[in-house]
Design a protein around this ligand. Sequence first.
Ligand code: FES
Length: 576
Amino acid sequence: MTERRKKSEDLRSYKWFGVQDLRAFGHRSRLRQMGYDEGDWGKRPIIGIINTWSDINSCHAHLRERAQDVKRGILQSGGFPLEMPAISLAEPFQKPSTMLYRNLLAMETEELLRSYPIDGAVLLGGCDKTTPGLVMGAISMGIPFIFCPAGPMLRGNWRGEALGSGSDVWKYWDEKRAGKITEEQWEQMENGIARSFGTCMTMGTAVSMMSVAEALGLTLPNAALIPAADANHPRMMTHAGRRVVDMVWEDLTPDKIISAAAVDNAIMVHMALGGSTNVMIHLIAMARRAGIALSLERFDQISREVPVIANIRPSGKYLAEDFFYAGGLTALMKELGSKINGTPMTVNGRTMGENIAGAEVFNTDVIRSLKNPIYGEGGTAVLKGNLAPRGAIMKPSAAEARLRKHRGKAVVFRDYNHMAAEIDRDDLDVTADSVIVLQNAGPKGGPGMPEWGMLPIPRKLVKQGVRDMVRISDARMSGTSYGACILHVSPESFVGGPLALVKTGDEIEVDIEKRLLHLHVSDAELEKRRKAWKALPPRYERGYGRMYQEHIGQADDGCDFDFLEQGAPVPEPEIH
Ligand code: FES
């Protein structure tokens, strides 16, 4: 039996429906207009189901039905469900980048929950930017909520071989460019790589962020990676619906769940998974919304402590479906032993330690032990140097070992179109030891910091058998991508960061062990180039893009809007 800290009169929604005045008459009469009566709202908590379903979002195609499962649970527990659609950020389709719109989803989530009579929330989503967008908004609103992950799609299938989202596309695209895959085989792959609803099933941003949400305590135990097409998935949704009503009575708000220890747990999990580099941006933004000052340095400290033990592509061999059947996220956290802090509270009203106590690993090749990792250090390294004074990041586990310490000459492209036009020219002056540099692909320059960071290997080198090179940009990279790609260079080139000053032929040194990214150009020469550098005109003159451009932070700050980071509380709306 849940401990009730709240009475009906304490509910937010009571101000809309419980009082006897002209406004409440209007509110109640409009609910009656939809066929409801006091048996529906009565003295029940009203639960907003924020649904990011859309016809254009293949990763969320099942969420319209799943919302019904959540509603069933809410009704069973004595709540009143109201489904509310929010912007759907569909990674494959939305241009120039879903990242441009993450903060818009966060704003929409926060304002939907605040401006309507909502006492608690269930958040439905999972495709890349959706998890952080929903969670950031709900944290800022501060009412009890549960995040329900969309779950990964089933593993792909091609000629009896398991295919992974993204990772295998890049891999076989290079094989096709090298003339080793036929058009017909490429077409067969198109039919087999995405064969059910759900998110990408490699260790991309979606799987990483759904896992981070669970490690923070914001999902039910082991909910993160239930395959979307598995019957466990609708059951998880119903459980969440039942549970969130109790959370409202218990007043279990996000500030009682998200602590510095919970954030550390999330970083541990991210490193052990070999998670997407995007996690660093999103987790910094989420933590800061909760008032926790998280910086890149904390990721690097934990990276040196925690090996990659999840054997999932692109760093490993298997896919998310295999991971769930091997025991799932609770089993991975149990395997991390004392590295996980068991004290943080979670949405089910139990601590993280209690939730993972009984977890077991059923396949020790998929979820390895700390003594038998697939990579000895955490999945993401933070590099610094005169080329990235505020930091850059790299996923060493997904790069060829020879490139983890490297010095080579830069081949510089001033923007994406320049690169696309030149990269496959037969006369491009480039070797396997060159360092490819892309400028103007950051938060303001991209705009929206698109996932261009896995810069293509020049075709003439692909034909020679080259499959990895050092590549540097201020862009992001899909978590399903791989290679020696140095990303998130901060400050970005569009605002005059040192990346803007690199010229073709300059020598660049990368040393992962020393966490170094150094441009071998003298300070005097760099100063000369800085004085000659001219800013490009703003990308947007009006609309959301203009607001984005004026307020977006850099990657090491989580790319939140300056006016949305934690600050003065927003007042509750007046009801009149
Ligand atoms: Fe939606 Fe990858 S495209 S998760």
